[in-house]
Design a protein around this ligand. Structure first.
Ligand SMILES: CC(C)(COP(=O)(O)OP(=O)(O)OC[C@H]1O[C@@H](n2cnc3c(N)ncnc32)[C@H](O)[C@@H]1OP(=O)(O)O)[C@@H](O)C(=O)NCCC(=O)NCCS
Length: 200
């Protein structure tokens, strides 16, 4: 996650919600979520333009966890979405099940109002109820450290071969001490890749 290079796509008006509701997504919301993800990432210089597709691929995959795919409704309008799904951390062929957070998407006019933080915090509370040791995220440490994420490499958790985003790879221990003995290379499921093998 980086700051947008220009504000050209962003309205000067930022909207505050009287009522903010965060809850699991439902099937009818899929087309709206697609647009929210598209619009959120559109101004970002690092965007692949395909984050919406990644969300949809995850939703169709065995790693999809319906209760951890959340929407944020601002006065009834769907303005944000976050998804947490299953991955593995593989150590010498021994797989450890774990979670990955992202993409997280807030409509530009609704950014920097605490909605992203609310979605992520509620997602983490739900993730902590799962019998899994850790959740990883690939994103800006300046943002994700506030939720307790820490750099993954000192914990001996690495990106797969050929991916150089290690500075952005962070991990959150879901229960105290749960990461002990969990190390290795992240194994993203096929839903995370396009037909050329690039991350979506
Ligand atoms: C990143 C994102 C999810 C954060 O959600 P949000 O509701 O805008 O953020 P919040 O209001 O909860 O938090 C505000 C904090 O986030 C940081 N932040 C928000 N938007 C940011 C952006 N575009 N770039 C860098 N930092 C950003 C700010 O530093 C701010 O910190 P502060 O409280 O110290 O000022 C949202 O801005 C977004 O959808 N961005 C585009 C897509 C993206 O980059 N997704 C994350 C990568 S998966």
């Amino acid at each position: 996650m980086a700051k947008p290079t220009s504000d050209r796509h962003q309205s000067p008006f930022r909207i505050t919600c009287r009522e903010l509701v965060v809850r699991p997504e439902n099937k009818k919301e899929v087309p709206v979520i697609r647009e929210v993800v598209r619009e959120a990432f559109h101004p970002m210089p690092f965007s692949t333009g395909r984050e919406w597709k990644l969300v949809e691929e995850i939703r169709q995959s065995p790693g999809y966890l319906p209760s951890l795919s959340l929407v944020a409704l601002c006065d009834g309008m769907l303005v944000g979405h976050s998804i947490i799904s299953l991955i593995e951390i593989e150590d010498k062929k021994k797989p450890h099940n774990a979670l990955v957070l992202g993409p997280v998407s807030i409509l530009p006019d609704f950014q920097r109002r605490g909605i992203g933080q609310e979605l992520i915090r509620i997602g983490i509370v739900a993730a902590k109820r799962m019998p899994l040791p850790a959740m990883v995220v690939v994103g800006d440490p300046a943002y994700y450290s506030r939720f307790g994420f820490e750099p993954a490499v000192p914990r001996n958790i690495h990106m797969p071969f050929g991916f150089d985003e290690e500075d952005y790879l962070q991990v959150l221990e879901l229960k105290k001490g749960a990461l002990k003995g969990v190390q290795g290379v992240i194994k993203f499921p096929p839903s995370f890749f396009d037909e050329k093998g690039d991350l979506l």
